[in-house]
Design a protein around this ligand. Structure first.
Ligand SMILES: [Zn+2]
Length: 467
């Protein structure tokens, strides 16, 4: 038999309560390891979140996998466990129909049998596994549902294989260091930083995802939107009441997270950071970080009091002049001989990043157009799926490359480029601008202003440089 050339990895998680989306990271890790052990090149990964296969709800990534198999773009599938793939015999029959009609040759499970779908024994094993899983989920779901109802009503945590990020294994005791991280992530998200940029930051930090896998923005979203961190017990997607564990953020804070997320979802804003200096300014009165705090149409940074933030609440500054001042200072610093000396001028420069950003924008525009065509019934759902696939693959690639470039080399090739950079500054996106500023500036302290002053007094801003 010729070697496998384009394997697919499929992962699914059936409930996203309490940030258990982290489970996907583990499924993926184990599947990738198996692929590499087998020497199978992975062509794509398909991840469905928070949807139970047993309930029969649609699984978009599973559908995409079926299309790719039927169009002979995949010749093997790796899944963590047979119950991840299908949980109803009827669904398995559909899968097998597609698989045998196309050239799919192997299905492998991390936990369990290797199944060669091209021979009868393999098919039988797969049907057997599916029948067992279906039977299990039938009785299990009745039994578990009753138990879950009881726990939820009492505000008690439910089990699950992994502790939630921010809490100990007992799921009640707060892990202070992780709780600090959650609060800071929540603040930065509410201030306009993108999930992707926060994920990149987390990846670079010392805080690992529970289970040790990579951080993904889906997992991070799961943590930030969980009712759990606000001390609430959710059950079947609904908040059912106060929980027995301690809250890490307030309910109001969680509401702000949810409302920003809803806003992003409805406006399709992918990178809506609006505050260049979020996380980089400190209050000159009490030393706490300033948060974005718009007043009408005016963007402002402010020291915020209250249980989540603990600031003095007595300092505000209008965003734009501070951002201009700091940007000028950063660009000036990038031109100093000291900085040039501190950095060795390796190559990958900014034009490349700009080109990648442009490519991403083009690809996303194409996806939007396709979606519009589909919505207007000008193409079928199958045509839509097929056309999306190469574009989405390209987007994922570019995003990875871009994240890497932004994370590891915000300053690569920029030393001594302050003047040149200044002309292109406006064309960089905010995430990139922020990365450059943060690479040079540790933080800036904002001193108290004179009441009624019409312009920003530059003396108020005290930068602490990294470089
Ligand atoms: Zn303050």
């Amino acid at each position: 038999m010729p070697p496998i050339t384009a394997a697919a990895i499929y992962a699914r998680i059936s409930s996203d309560q309490d940030g258990t989306a982290l489970g996907v990271a583990r499924q993926l890790d184990d599947c990738r390891r198996l692929a590499s052990d087998l020497g199978w090149p992975v062509a794509d990964e398909y991840v469905d979140n928070d949807i139970s296969a047993y309930s029969g709800k649609r699984r978009p990534e599973y559908q995409r996998l079926l299309v790719d198999i039927s169009e002979r773009r995949r010749d093997a599938v790796i899944v963590y466990h047979s119950d991840r793939l299908t949980r109803r015999p009827i669904e398995l029959e559909q899968f097998l129909e597609v698989a045998t009609a196309a050239n799919l040759r192997h299905v492998r499970f991390v936990a369990g049998a290797a199944v060669d779908v091209t021979n009868g024994d393999g098919l039988m094993i797969l049907r057997l596994l599916s029948a067992v899983a279906a039977n299990e989920s039938d009785t299990k779901s009745r039994r578990i549902r009753r138990k879950m109802d009881e726990l939820a009503a009492a505000g008690l945590p439910h089990g699950g294989s992994r502790r939630p990020f921010g809490y100990d294994d007992d799921r009640v005791t707060v892990r202070e260091q992780e709780a600090d991280v959650i609060r800071s992530l929540a603040d930065r998200f509410v201030s306009g930083e993108s999930l992707r940029s926060l994920t990149t930051w987390l990846e670079a930090s010392e805080f690992q995802a529970v289970g040790g896998g990579v951080w993904r923005s889906g997992a991070l979203r799961g943590v930030l939107t969980s009712a759990r961190i606000a001390g609430l017990r959710s059950h079947r997607g609904q908040v059912v009441g106060p929980a027995k564990w301690t809250a890490i953020i307030t309910e109001q804070h969680r509401d702000r997270i949810l409302s920003r997320l809803a806003h992003i979802t409805t406006t399709h804003q992918r990178s809506p950071r609006r505050y260049l200096l979020s996380g980089l300014l400190r209050c000159g009165r009490c030393g706490k970080p300033l948060l974005s705090s718009p007043s009408g149409a005016t963007r402002r940074y402010a020291c915020v009091s209250g249980p989540d933030h603990g600031g003095c609440g007595r300092l505000t500054v209008v965003a734009e002049p501070v951002e201009e001042l700091i940007t000028e200072a950063v660009l000036f610093r990038l031109d100093t001989p000291e900085l040039s000396a501190a950095l060795d001028g390796s190559t990958s420069g900014d034009s490349q990043t700009i080109a990648m950003g442009q490519g991403l924008a083009d690809d996303r525009a194409q996806l939007d157009e396709l979606a519009a065509l589909y919505a207007g019934k000008e193409i079928t759902s199958r045509e839509w799926l097929t056309a999306r696939q190469p574009i989405e693959a390209r987007i994922r690639q570019t995003e990875t490359a871009l994240a890497r470039a932004t994370k590891s080399s915000a300053l690569t090739g920029l030393a001594g480029q302050g003047v040149a950079l200044r002309t292109g500054w406006a064309s960089l996106n905010l995430t990139r601008q922020h990365a450059i500023v943060a690479a040079v500036l540790n933080h800036a302290v904002v001193g108290p202003g004179t009441p009624g002053a019409r312009h920003l007094d530059p003396e108020r801003i005290l930068p602490r440089w990294r470089l």
